[in-house]
Write a protein that binds this ligand. Structure first.
Ligand SMILES: [Zn+2]
Ligand SMILES: [Zn+2]
Length: 136
């Protein structure tokens, strides 16, 4: 965690460390409220949590995940993957799929050559929404 912060040019602070630790342990996307709950014992106030999340996002350590919820969700930006979200109980599962990655790359090249407004695509996100086994 210290290394990630240093690599990206961040000074090490207790809040940054605690928040990154929470993300490393939890692995799944978390909202600011989730983070606050996880690091409650560290006595870091909410404003600091919000501010730290946003600066870690700008620094490329965290990234935003759109889970179609009211709160903004974040996760570590280190490994590209996608999510399945239960629309009933909000359970989240990560998944990786090489075929999807290949297909998206192939398709986007095609899309971009036909687009009159866009010249390049740099990244993509894909979230699937459904019902988990418990909610079926
Ligand atoms: Zn569910
Ligand atoms: Zn992908």
């Amino acid at each position: 965690m210290r290394n990630i912060l240093k690599e990206k040019g961040f000074k090490i602070t207790p809040a940054r460390l605690a928040i990154l630790q929470a993300f490393t342990k939890n692995k799944l996307p978390m909202s600011a409220e989730d983070v606050c709950k996880k690091i409650k014992s560290k006595k870091i106030n909410e404003v600091t949590v919000y501010r730290t999340l946003s600066s870690l996002e700008k620094g490329g350590i965290l990234k935003r995940v759109d889970l179609r919820k009211d709160s903004v969700y974040f996760e570590l930006a280190d490994q590209h993957h996608h999510h399945i979200v239960c629309t009933n109980c909000n359970m989240i599962e990560d998944f990786k799929n090489l075929e999807i990655e290949k297909a998206i790359e192939k398709v986007w090249k095609n899309i971009i050559t036909k687009s009159s407004k866009f010249k390049s695509i740099r990244e993509h996100s894909l979230e699937l929404f459904g019902l988990c086994r418990m909610c079926m």
